[in-house]
Ligand binder design. Sequence first.
Ligand code: GLP
Length: 254
Amino acid sequence: MEIIVCDSPHDVAVQAADILQGYANEGGVLGVATGSTPLLTYQELIRRHKAGEVSFAGCTMFALDEYVGLPIEHEQSYYRVIHDEFSDHVDIDPADVHIPNGLADDVPAACAGYEQAIVDAGGIDVQLLGIGTNGHVGFNEPASSLSSLTRMKTLHPQTVVDNARFFNSVDEVPIHVVTQGLGTIQRAGQLVLIATGEHKAHAVAQLVEGPLSAACPASVLQIHPHATVIVDEAAASRLNNVDYYKFIQQNKPQ
Ligand code: GLP
């Protein structure tokens, strides 16, 4: 894992955008995430797009996850979030933006179809990830199989509470979701996990320095050959070896 510690959430977004921009300009397959953390990265990429620095014209996007049973018109459906916060503001063909279907009559079949669509696109080149306070990635909650594929999951009560801020009340948060699995995520060519804020410090410490364990689903990054973790100082505050990670960044081989 490469660990990049930044001074601010803005710098985290700039670093993540730098990586995604390279793939985008090559017409790559981009895995996109929801939650509040990636929004600054999307804003940075939209700014660069408007400045003519990055094009998504030849790209394909696959979202990580979606709520089950939430109409796609609902402003908190991940369909809407990806479109409203990112893809509608850049030059990707909307037909090339894929979101898991949480409204399918046959959810398992839709999940298998989503998995196949990723394969048919040639696989995800770069997957952007956030992290939940309990170490989840996508909606892979603790105890998720490390080799799982896209499927339905039941949210942890902590995640429901964490995500209630996006809804009028906690009762409105769907408890069932569809998510790319940890196995799906591991197939991506590069993983870029971003985290900011002190409330993520424990999860980041478990991800980077804890054991490889389904108890912290994000720890699956430890066995990925090309994983990059980009955090601000607050999210890095519980890392024992933070000085070493900074030393590595300051002394990269030429
Ligand atoms: C949700 C999403 C995750 C995201 C997490 C953290 O549960 N399914 O993909 O990483 O929230 O969100 P935030 O960035 O808002 O803290």
